[in-house]
Write a protein that binds this ligand. Structure first.
Ligand SMILES: C[S@@+](CC[C@H](N)C(=O)[O-])C[C@H]1O[C@@H](n2cnc3c(N)ncnc32)[C@H](O)[C@@H]1O
Length: 197
């Protein structure tokens, strides 16, 4: 965790690179994967985007489709930009590990580029919170490599870590979720698609 002179960074390095991320994020990668996934929902479905960034492209796609979208991100700069672009969507600056998730349950939850930047302990906590926040038959889509691995994020310079498919399946099966499918997008990002039974 980075400590500046006046405050602690809760965004795992993203607040300090937020302006450059807004300018340079590739807005094509992963869009068709999330779009295909979202076709399993009715149009009145509620979908929570955790680690939503500034909302482009995923919250934007889901809100434009007509879903009731909610966003949470720990970077104030990214949430400010999200709220500027999508004032009709409820978005809050909070960490996923401390958020109350709007005190709601959701039909779908997505975490694109989030899980592996969290510590192992925080990932496991978030998996439990996500499971509790899903309605029955709700789906959880998140990205992380299928193998156990660690690497340095090229944007933040901080450690990323995947717990690996077996650990994600085990942790979520304890919460009543089953793996439905895995996908790979244009950027070779791996997606896990779980359902709450
Ligand atoms: C790789 S970016 C992905 C952003 C967005 N999902 C996208 O696809 O553009 C990771 C995001 O997670 C956010 N983040 C990092 N740690 C977080 C935490 N503990 N709670 C909530 N958001 C967090 C960062 O601020 C950043 O917006």
């Amino acid at each position: 965790m980075k400590i500046s002179s006046s405050k602690i960074d809760l965004s795992n390095g993203w607040e300090s690179i937020a302006d450059s991320f807004i300018e340079n994020r590739n807005t094509d990668i992963g869009v068709s994967t999330v779009e295909e996934w979202s076709k399993s929902f009715k149009l009145d479905a509620s979908i929570l985007d955790i680690g939503c960034g500034f909302g482009v492209p995923h919250s934007q796609l889901l809100a434009n489709t007509g879903f009731k979208v909610y966003g949470i991100d720990a970077s104030q700069t990214l949430i400010n930009e999200f709220q500027r672009r999508f004032p009709q969507v409820l978005a809050k600056c909070e960490t996923v590990e401390e958020s109350s998730f709007f005190n709601k349950k959701f039909d779908g939850i997505i975490a694109i580029g989030l899980m592996f930047i969290l510590s192992e302990q925080t990932q496991l906590k978030v998996l439990t919170k996500v499971a509790e926040a899903l309605n029955t038959n709700g789906r959880f889509l998140f990205t992380s490599p299928y193998q156990i691995c660690e690497w340095v994020d090229i944007l933040t310079g901080l450690k990323s870590q995947s717990l690996g498919k077996a650990a994600y399946v085990e942790a979520l099966s304890r919460q009543g979720l089953s793996l439905v499918a895995e996908y790979s997008d244009e950027g070779e990002n791996n997606y896990f698609d779980f359902i709450k039974l």
